[in-house]
Design a protein around this ligand. Sequence first.
Ligand code: ZN
Length: 470
Amino acid sequence: MRLAPEALEARLAELVGREIGPPERGPDPVNAPMIRHFCEAVGDESPAYLDASWAARSRHRGLVAPPAMLQAWVLRGLRPAPKDRLGELLALLREAGYPDVVATDCEQTYDRLLRPGDHLTLRTVIGSVSPEKATGLGPGRFVELRLAFHTEDGDRVGAQRFRLLLFRGAGAGAALLERPRRPHAPASPDTAFFAEGLAAGEIRIERCGACGRLRHPPRPMCPACQSLERGFVVASGRGTLHSFTVLHHPAFPPFHYPLAVALVDLEEGTRLVAGLVEVEPDAVTIGMAVEGEVREVEEGLPLPVFVPAGGRAARPTAAAAPTAPRIPPRRTATRRVGDVVAGDALPPLDVPLTVTGIVAGAIASRDYQDVHHDADAARRQGLPNVFMNILTTNGYVGRYATDWAGPEAVLRAVAIRLGAPNLPGDTMTLTGRVASREGDEVTLAVEGRNALGPHVTGTVRVALPPEGAR
Ligand code: ZN
């Protein structure tokens, strides 16, 4: 039954802050077969989860479960949802005109590692319901749930903040498929020769038709002789770096960060602002020799870019780019906290996305939402195929951190936010860096991108053994 707006808001206000119902006991205790299924689904080969004899000799003193499985131990799977306050809340919002639902954020903290035999009970509190917001999917309201996980002896072992977006927009999923585009320079008759040059693969410099003076950016009149006559010359591309900046934040989806932007003194005498690529920002120095060329940075957008001069042979070219997925070697030894420095980069991990992998991840995390295994259901939301569920993404982020840290590292928290969907046929590339180090704990900033843009951004806190530990 649809409530009048005031009655709806009053009922929502009553629900906020309350438990959704009695504590829910997981159907099974933590167990090795479910751990193995989950590890297979996210490609996690850590012996801490899979090799009982290794685990018994390790700092863990026995098998442990991937921390990112936390919620999987209490999900109901195919059993029908109970009639509880969450069901009422979702029904109220559905009736109020927000029929679609998507998970947007998941923050898990782990008080300790879980072991086979631990039997979890979940208590869920409705944390908040936002007013209507304009979102990329359409108007919607965010619902925050706060989950607490306890073992039978009453110890809290983990907590989770989970944010859902209930929104209105049949087929709005299509909005997620629009690739973010770079802003395009405004076109005018004064700049047309420059754009035509880029289309022809040339960096052109405006030249006065009367006195021959070069000028950039283009403008109608020569500042030296006030002539309106003009032509152009084609730049050689050679130049030196006059200045530069490296952008980190805020990140706009079509660009890759850190983003180095150069102000280049061209050898012809004019200056040009353009991207600086194929060089680590730390290696950029003012005065360095650079070479410019025109590249199609996205479909239909040729732009000048600069690379360090001379090193061209040593740099990978597009043709030599790896086609096989990049999978960093799994560490068998665990990093010591003293070996880690803020700013350290994690090696990239390519995750090829397939229907099988997406379905395996959904089922291994006990998420039977139809859009993760039924392509027709996904199409009704405007997406071309099934897409990865948030708990599988969470598992990949956790795996990425422990692959880097080593099997005796202990995950303390994983906090992720989802963006573009992970769809079959695409590849998600996980990258990360050490954001900070405090005591035995390292915070990693992790991003997973696919062809549509950022799929996941997040942070992971991981505890490393101290120096000399074994
Ligand atoms: Zn002139």
